[in-house]
Design a protein around this ligand. Structure first.
Ligand code: HEC
Ligand code: HEC
Ligand code: HEC
Ligand code: HEC
Ligand code: HEC
Ligand code: HEC
Ligand code: HEC
Length: 397
């Protein structure tokens, strides 16, 4: 146990929080000011904030280097057929779509929702998909340009109105197959027609939406929609691959290897997936408490007693193959738990003393990784803070 505590101390220390406030402020200063102009931009939401050990590549999953050479969506599959065979239909690959290409949205049209005097409609008008809000006197009607979200949980629309981007006030939720208020927006009758349209997004926020839901859309602080590939492609996670492909075709692949996140330490991988799923530090900076932080898996996982730095048996990729849709059967994850929690592992003198469950032998996640709906949400997130759940206990932060 002491050993474990030490492990946690080390982690907290490395992340600079909360055991050492001074290191934390220095780190925040470092991240915001020093890296501010280069790789890492910190938005008001605490975007792109990593521990000091995060690998400093010349690109990041949410940032393309200037003039980077991308090979495009189909090229990697020529040689990496196994990954490509399953990847392109995953939710991550479909995290953003042009409205005209969104099969899910199109198959649900027309959509209608009422709140007080306001009527919301998403419908096809001629060649366009149109988002329309009206009260008894007036109507705002704009084409839906971008559909955010694969529809795994829901889809939110990005609309342009009088030169500004808006996040739609209502979204399509998959499990009710209807419109309802977008998560994070008030669930009350809108104040005005403009308020019913949605939330006007600052340029920073627009950038952030695209950075996490697409590939090569953001370079530095610049939105480059002309170079963007919607959704997260192979190169979103492995970096620009144009030169790798050319080298491979010339039989000199070893000269231009690709970045392989499987070689990251466990802690760095949490930050790496956390560049979109939110890193531990980002969640701390956002100060997000309560069940709303259940969707930030890197933060929740790092708070588990199971979590130890540098043990790859509990990295994100120990349980998820990022090239496939997630496994939905609890039994799939049992072997991951048993890798540590088994008789074989119980060695009081060993470095990782683990205990064995007195209650269950299978489907460990059903009891130890409970599911939660966000307030107003229609999707159940899995709590990655692995723990004993007592019926009377509160949600631990
Ligand atoms: C012309 C064939 C070819 C193409 C196209 C190609 N690769 Fe590779 N790639 C290779 C070869 C050969 C290797 C080295 C042997 C191996 O690991 O399979 C490799 C290795 C890799 C690795 C492992 C790196 C490591 O150090 O473990 C990754 C990741 C990778 N490629 C990603 C990509 C991505 C992403 C694309 C598309 C942008 C791509 N490759 C396109 C041939 C190719
Ligand atoms: C820091 C990265 C990040 C930013 C910024 C971000 N997202 Fe996401 N978004 C994610 C991740 C990761 C998920 C999947 C996990 C979840 O639902 O929280 C997601 C999920 C979603 C979903 C649900 C998708 C589904 O069906 O599962 C929608 C809709 C969505 N985001 C829309 C947006 C919009 C619109 C913006 C900008 C206002 C935005 N996101 C900004 C990372 C981000
Ligand atoms: C460039 C941003 C980005 C990065 C990097 C990223 N993700 Fe995601 N991930 C997303 C978004 C956005 C979604 C939501 C997709 C949707 O449903 O629209 C998502 C969804 C997922 C899902 C749910 C998929 C499903 O089948 O339901 C899993 C699991 C996941 N990510 C794991 C990972 C892991 C593991 C890593 C690191 C190896 C990672 N992600 C890195 C953006 C990212
Ligand atoms: C969400 C992030 C993400 C995306 C998108 C992604 N990968 Fe990967 N890739 C990873 C991670 C993480 C690993 C390491 C897996 C591991 O070691 O368990 C990896 C490993 C690999 C490897 C090395 C495999 C090996 O056996 O060592 C190759 C090759 C590869 N990816 C190719 C691709 C191709 C091709 C695509 C697109 C079709 C793709 N990846 C999309 C995250 C991603
Ligand atoms: C010990 C195993 C384990 C590890 C490690 C793990 N996950 Fe999961 N994850 C799960 C399980 C179990 C589910 C729920 C599967 C289901 O019921 O569909 C899940 C679901 C998800 C989902 C879908 C949304 C949700 O919350 O249900 C995302 C996204 C995700 N994981 C991301 C990650 C990321 C990012 C990491 C690394 C920080 C990670 N996971 C590490 C077991 C794990
Ligand atoms: C990398 C090894 C490792 C993995 C993988 C792992 N654990 Fe753990 N877990 C530990 C250690 C170490 C402890 C602390 C000592 C103990 O109580 O056994 C722990 C503690 C626990 C506890 C007690 C927590 C508490 O609050 O007292 C539960 C419950 C648990 N793990 C369940 C799981 C489940 C379920 C999985 C799979 C989803 C899992 N663990 C995967 C190492 C691991
Ligand atoms: C039916 C629900 C259920 C299932 C399934 C289940 N557990 Fe548990 N587990 C519990 C409960 C409840 C406790 C707390 C027992 C107590 O303290 O009385 C517990 C305790 C634990 C502990 C802490 C033991 C200790 O001595 O501190 C670990 C570790 C653990 N479980 C791991 C697992 C693993 C690994 C699996 C899958 C092989 C699993 N559990 C399956 C309900 C479950």
């Amino acid at each position: 146990m002491d050993q474990l505590r030490n492990g946690r101390q080390v982690r907290k220390h490395r992340l600079g929080f909360p055991c050492c406030r001074k290191a934390y402020s220095v780190l925040v200063f470092f991240v915001t000011c020093v890296l501010g102009g280069t790789l890492t931009q910190r938005s008001p939401e605490g975007q792109d904030v990593f521990s000091e050990h995060f690998p400093r590549l010349d690109w990041q999953p949410t940032r393309a280097p200037e003039a980077a050479e991308y090979a495009g969506k189909v090229s990697c599959g020529q040689c990496h057929a196994k990954e490509a065979a399953t990847y392109h239909s995953t939710p991550m690959a479909r995290a953003l779509e042009l409205a005209s290409e969104s099969k899910i949205l199109k198959s649900h049209l027309p959509l209608k929702f009422q709140s007080g005097p306001y009527t919301f409609k998403v419908q096809r008008l001629g060649h366009e998909l149109v988002y329309e809000v009206s009260d008894n006197q007036a109507t705002i009607s704009e084409p839906v340009q971008w559909v955010f979200g694969s529809g795994e949980a829901g889809q939110t629309f990005l609309i342009q109105h009088q030169g500004a981007y808006y996040e739609s006030r209502v979204s399509l939720f998959s499990d009710i197959e209807k419109l309802d208020f977008t998560l994070g927006h008030p669930r009350t009758v809108p104040d005005s027609l403009l308020d019913a349209l949605g939330q006007e997004l600052s340029p920073d926020k627009v950038l952030a939406c695209f950075a996490c839901h697409s590939t090569a859309s953001v370079s530095g602080t610049k939105l480059q929609l002309d170079r963007m590939v919607p959704g997260i492609t192979c190169e979103g996670c492995h970096g620009p691959g144009g030169r790798h492909v050319r080298a491979a075709l010339a039989g000199k692949v070893e000269e231009i290897p690709m970045f392989n996140p499987g070689k990251l330490s466990e802690e760095d991988q949490l930050d790496y997936c956390g560049s979109c799923h939110r890193s531990y530090l980002q969640v701390e900076l956002m100060g997000l408490r309560g069940v709303n932080n259940v969707r930030f898996q890197p933060y929740r996982l790092a708070n588990s007693t199971c979590f130890k730095t540098e043990d790859s048996r509990i990295s994100c990729s120990a349980c998820h193959n990022p090239h496939e849709a997630r496994q939905r059967h609890s039994a799939f994850y049992d072997s991951r738990c048993i890798a540590c929690h088994s008789k074989r592992q119980v060695d009081p003198a060993g470095p990782s003393k683990v205990s064995i469950c007195p209650t269950g032998k299978a489907q460990c996640t059903v009891c130890h990784m409970p599911k939660y709906k966000l307030p107003g949400g229609h999707f159940e997130f899995t709590d990655h803070q692995i723990r004993i759940v007592r019926s009377n206990s509160d949600y631990p932060n």
